[in-house]
Design a binder for this molecule. Sequence first.
Ligand code: IPE
Ligand code: IPE
Ligand code: MG
Length: 249
Amino acid sequence: MAGDRNASLPPRVHGVPVHVAIVMDGNGRWARQRLLPRAAGHRAGMEALRRIVAHAARRGVAVLTVFAFSSENWARPPEEVQGILRLLAQALIDEVPRLHEAGVALHVVGARDGLDPQLVQGIEEAQRRTVGNTRLVLNVCFNYGGRWDIVQAAQRLAARGEPINEASLSAALALAHVPDPDLVIRTGGEQRISNFVLWQLAYSELFFTDCLWPAFDEAEFDRALQAYAGRQRRFGRTPEQALSATVAA
Ligand code: IPE
Ligand code: IPE
Ligand code: MG
């Protein structure tokens, strides 16, 4: 049952999004500006992620979902792809003890095919180790695509002969353990989604920044939270209806 996989979340903080999702874009351009190889941009991107995980938890965000490697990123030069795979493997060794200490539950979300069995084992161990943590849920979308997710969910329901409706499909998605993102941030200046959380962003607030991911810091994250706090979420209702729903909540 999908319900059994629901992550335990910390209490919500008024005005702060429960779930923030980020397209971490701009590593390559950050490196190029500094005449460094793209791999250096990905390494710096990992450091930015470390800072933002700590800061998001401090701000009371319950779920942070980051896009680290897309289904389409396999089309990049093989050396770059290998470098990113090595970076994930290394992060599982270096970062997981720190994450565990900080009370973070790690989920690596995406297809396992195409990944080295040893890497898959490392992912599963990290998930098992941190599963009971409740300070922050960190979903790292790796070998992930929004379309892949919808298809794998529909295929699983069909194979089990289960009805396909909004509730059953939502529950079969790879992110079924968390609520839909309230806020989706994209760094790097592009205003597109690039096959991220397609199903779940139906009513997410969007925030685009020119800041390249390795330069994304606590202050820029706070700007996104501030922008979010100023939005009125209406979910199809009138402004007046939405206002009375917020007052009632
Ligand atoms: C995001 O940065 C990381 C991945 C997609 C793996 P990019 O590598 O896409 O950086 P740019 O967009 O080329 O600057
Ligand atoms: C989106 O960035 C994927 C990740 C951040 C992992 P891309 O750099 O792959 O997106 P496009 O190709 O510019 O749309
Ligand atoms: Mg990019």
